[in-house]
Design a binder for this molecule. Structure first.
Ligand code: PFF
Length: 451
C-alpha cells in the first residue's frame, strides 16, 4: 500500500493539484519559447511535430509522472528509490530523480534570466516607452536592454529572490490565488491580443498559414529534436517537477483526466501566443527566426499601437511574470523536497540553497547576451544555448524515456492499478503507449539526431 499523504503537506483539493500543475506547465515555455522555436524551425511542420509529441509521448508520460509521485509521496529521488525497491528492481532507477534535479537547476538558471526580462518589460511598458514604437525601435530597445549586464542581472536576481520566497513558504500558500485568478486573466489578455492580431494587423491569415500549414521542405531532423524537447519543457516533464507535485495529490483524483486537462490548457496557451505573435511579425516585416527576442520585440509594437496599450502591456507582462513564477517554483520543488528530506532542514533553507546555486549558474546565461556573448561551450553555442539545449533537448526526453520504461515495465502492477483505479477505460491504451510508443519515439528521435 502506498502512503495516503506526504510529509511535505498536501494540496487542499483535486482542483488545487490541477491549478498547481497547470501553473507549472504554463509559463515562458508557452508564450516566449514556443513562438520563437516555431519561428526558427519552419512554422507548420514544427507545430505538427510538437503536437504529435505532446499527445503521443507527453500526455502518457505526464500520467506516469503523476502516478509515480502519488505512489511515492516523497521527493522524486526518494520516491524512485522506494518504488524501485517495492517493485524488486535495482536502485539504479533513482537516476531518474538525480537527473531530474540536475535538469531542474539548469533550466531554472536560465529561466530566471528570461523571467527577469519579462519583469523589466512591465516597467518599460508602464513608463510609456513603447507608445507608437516601430519595429526597428522595438528591436533596439530589446538589444540595448539585454546588452546591459547590470540591469539584466538585477532583474534576474529579483526574480530568483521572489521564487525563493514563494517556494520557502510552501507550494500551497499563495499559489492558489496566483493560479486561480491570474492564469484566467492571462488567458483573457491573450484572447484580446489574438483579436488585435486578427483585426488590426492585416496579416492574420499569413500568421495562421505559417503556424498551421506544414511546409515539409523546411523541416530537418534537428527540428524534430527541438519539437520533442519543447513538448517536454512546456509540460514540465521528464525532470520530476510534476512527480514532486503529484506527491501532494489527493488519492481520489483521476490522473488521466487531470493530465489531459493540463495538456489541453497548456497547448492552447502556446498556440494562442503563436497566433498573437506571427501576424505581428509579418505585418512589421520582422524575421520569424530571430530567436529568444521574438516576443520582446513583437508584443511592444502591438501594445504601442493600441489605445491604453501601455497599461494593457504592463498588465500583460505582469501576468507573464506570474506565470513564470508558478513554473519556477516547480522547477525547484524536486531539489527542495530532497534537501528537506535529506538534511532535515526547513523549506526556507532548502529553497535558499537551491535558489542560490541556480542563481550563480544563471549568471552564465545572463552574460550570454552581453559581456559573455563570445564565450562558447558546446558546438559553438553560448552558455545560455548550451544550458537550454542540454537540459531541454537531451535531459528531459532522456528522463521522460526512463520514466516511461520504469512505469511501463518495472513498476509493480498492483501500484499502477491502485493509482489508476478511476481510469480503467484508458488503462490499456496508456500501458501500450508507455511500454512501446513513448520510449521508442524518444529513442528514434535521439538516434536520428545523434547518429
Ligand atoms: N513548463 C514551464 C514552461 O512552459 O514555462 C517550464 C518548466 C517548468 C519546465 C517546470 C520544466 C519544469 F519542470
Amino acid at each position: 500500500m502506498s502512503n495516503v499523504t506526504s510529509a511535505h503537506g498536501m494540496w487542499s483539493s483535486k482542483m488545487m493539484f490541477i491549478l498547481a500543475a497547470a501553473g507549472s506547465a504554463v509559463g515562458l515555455g508557452n508564450i516566449w519559447r514556443f513562438p520563437y522555436l516555431a519561428g526558427e524551425n519552419g512554422g507548420g511542420v514544427f507545430v505538427l511535430a510538437y503536437l504529435v509529441c505532446i499527445f503521443l509521448i507527453g500526455v502518457p508520460i505526464l500520467v506516469s509522472e503523476i502516478l509515480l509521485g502519488r505512489a511515492g509521496r516523497q521527493s522524486p529521488i526518494n520516491s524512485m528509490r522506494m518504488l524501485a525497491k517495492q517493485s524488486g528492481a535495482s536502485s539504479f532507477w533513482q537516476v531518474i530523480g538525480w537527473l531530474g534535479a540536475l535538469a531542474g537547476f539548469m533550466i531554472l538558471s536560465f529561466y530566471a534570466v528570461i523571467a527577469g526580462w519579462a519583469m523589466s518589460y512591465v516597467v518599460e511598458m508602464a513608463s510609456g516607452n513603447f507608445v507608437s514604437i516601430n519595429a526597428e525601435q522595438a528591436s533596439t530597445v530589446f538589444a540595448e536592454f539585454t546588452a546591459d549586464a547590470v540591469s539584466v542581472v538585477g532583474w534576474h536576481s529579483l526574480f530568483m529572490a521572489l521564487t525563493i520566497y514563494i517556494a520557502a513558504r510552501g507550494v500551497g500558500k499563495g499559489l492558489e490565488t496566483t493560479v486561480r485568478y491570474l492564469m484566467p486573466a492571462l488567458l483573457v489578455l491573450l484572447l484580446v491580443l489574438v483579436s488585435y492580431s486578427a483585426l488590426a494587423t492585416g496579416h492574420f491569415v499569413e500568421g495562421l498559414k505559417f503556424l498551421f500549414s506544414p511546409d515539409f521542405d523546411s523541416f530537418n531532423v534537428d527540428s524534430l529534436l527541438v519539437a520533442m524537447g519543447q513538448a517536454f519543457f512546456t509540460l514540465s516533464l521528464g525532470m520530476g517537477a510534476i512527480m514532486a507535485y503529484g506527491a501532494y495529490m489527493p488519492k481520489d483524483a483521476s490522473i488521466i483526466g487531470t493530465a489531459t486537462t493540463i495538456a489541453l490548457l497548456d497547448t492552447s496557451v502556446a498556440l494562442l501566443s503563436g497566433l498573437v505573435i506571427f501576424p505581428l511579425v509579418f505585418a512589421n516585416g520582422l524575421e520569424t527566426g530571430q530567436g529568444p527576442g521574438l516576443m520582446f520585440v513583437t508584443l511592444p509594437i502591438a501594445f504601442g499601437q493600441m489605445p491604453g496599450g501601455h497599461i494593457f502591456g504592463a498588465i500583460f507582462f505582469t501576468l507573464v511574470s506570474f506565470a513564470a513564477i508558478t513554473s519556477s517554483i516547480s522547477l525547484m520543488e524536486p531539489a527542495v523536497a530532497w534537501v528537506v528530506e535529506k538534511l532535515d532542514s526547513s523549506r526556507a533553507k532548502g529553497a535558499m540553497l537551491v535558489g542560490v546555486i541556480a542563481w550563480i549558474l544563471g549568471l552564465g546565461s545572463a552574460f550570454s547576451f552581453n559581456i559573455g556573448a563570445d564565450i562558447t561551450l558546446l558546438a559553438g553555442m553560448t552558455f545560455f544555448d548550451t544550458m537550454d539545449y542540454l537540459s531541454n533537448n537531451v535531459m528531459l526526453p532522456l528522463g521522460g524515456m526512463l520514466i516511461a520504461v520504469f512505469t511501463g515495465w518495472v513498476l509493480k502492477d498492483q501500484l499502477i492499478e491502485e493509482e489508476l483505479a478511476g481510469d480503467k477505460v484508458w488503462l490499456n491504451l496508456w500501458r501500450l503507449i508507455t511500454r512501446f510508443v513513448a520510449p521508442t519515439g524518444v529513442m528514434v528521435v535521439f538516434v536520428m539526431t545523434f547518429l
